[in-house]
Ligand binder design. Structure first.
Ligand SMILES: [Zn+2]
Length: 328
């Protein structure tokens, strides 16, 4: 049986020391090493919430995670919006604070939803034709993102490119991310001035989707074919009322029961894919064609539509459910 890779890029929304520690301690006990994003500053916008590096106990735990082999990255320096945005000065100060507090620099970054300082954020992830469709579908994208726009007060693309090797773009509904995106990590010529290499991720924003996408069938397929899963989620939602999500625990246990499962943080996983490609004489970082990018874009949107309107497990459904539970 071939080896296969499993990694997670963890979006820090709503993550606190209290809800994240049990999740990471469990993953560590199982030998699953992944990438965690953090915020430097407390969220500026409503209703975002979650811990940041200003809380000492949380920052100390993040340091411990790094020592244990986890990759620590950014989810922008904090959660913001157009009413209370982060400007370049505050972002650069935040990067300094990160390094001073933790003793190392962040190595990966994922844009947070509506931060004006997002780099190639929102609809800008798509080429013009699909970008127009996305703008229509998501009204929140009425305003633009400026992280890579030189001269904008929110510009930090130069620092972004210097610090981060890999940027996440498209998302898919299949567990084997590399079956959807055969190019990752790739160069996107339209997004290379202020970013290096791009990868895709398996869409699993909450434990309901996580448990749906890691079905026995999908897992067997991933194991049989080899390949790689880089899964995008919010691990802040996996520990509730003193308990880890049972489906999550079962799936992680199934994964680690397979000796062919290799688990490393996202940057190391993508490095391994690129190295393996180079080892057989292929281009280490291929340049994606407009057509191949278009295919990723279409499938990305179809995945979002499927989870919003058909499977109904995405954050729209998940958070509504939470709200209902609070009312009761
Ligand atoms: Zn987020």
């Amino acid at each position: 049986m071939p080896k296969f890779y499993f990694s997670i890029i963890d979006d820090t929304d709503d993550a606190t020391l209290e809800n994240i520690k049990p999740v990471y301690d469990f993953l560590y006990s199982k030998g699953i090493l992944i990438s965690k994003t953090v915020w430097v500053y407390p969220p500026l916008d409503e209703p975002s919430s979650g811990d940041c590096l200003q809380r000492d106990k949380y920052a100390d735990y993040i340091k411990l995670l790094k020592q244990r082999g986890y990759e620590i990255g950014l989810h922008n320096v904090g959660s913001a919006d157009y009413d209370s945005p982060y400007t370049r000065e505050k972002i650069l100060a935040g990067l300094d604070f990160f390094e001073q507090r933790l003793g190392f620099k962040p190595t990966i970054c994922v844009n947070h939803s509506y931060n004006p300082d997002s780099v190639y954020g929102g609809y800008k992830r798509f080429n013009p034709l699909m970008a127009a469709v996305v703008k229509k579908m998501y009204k929140q994208y009425g305003r633009t993102f400026y992280g890579e726009v030189e001269g904008s007060p929110y510009f930090w693309g130069d620092k972004y490119k210097e610090l981060f090797k890999y940027s996440r773009n498209h998302e898919c509904g299949t567990l084997q991310t590399t079956r959807y995106d055969r190019f990752m990590p790739y160069i996107d010529p339209k997004r290379s001035k202020f970013a290096n290499y791009w990868y895709s991720a398996t869409f699993a924003p909450n434990p309901d989707v996580f448990n749906h996408v890691i079905s026995d069938k999908a897992l067997k397929r991933l194991e049989r074919r080899g390949g790689c899963c880089v899964l995008f989620t919010h691990l802040g939602y996996y520990y509730k009322n003193g308990k880890l999500n049972q489906g999550f625990v079962e799936r992680i246990e199934k994964l680690v029961a397979n000796p062919n499962c290799i688990s490393m943080p996202v940057t190391q996983t993508l490095d391994a894919i690129a190295d393996a490609r180079a080892a057989v004489g292929k281009e280490k970082y291929p340049t994606i064609s407009s057509f191949a990018k278009f295919r990723l874009e279409i499938l990305h949107l179809l995945t979002r539509i499927k989870y919003r309107y058909f499977v109904k497990l995405d954050d729209y459904a998940f958070k509504d459910l939470k709200a209902e539970m609070f009312v009761k």
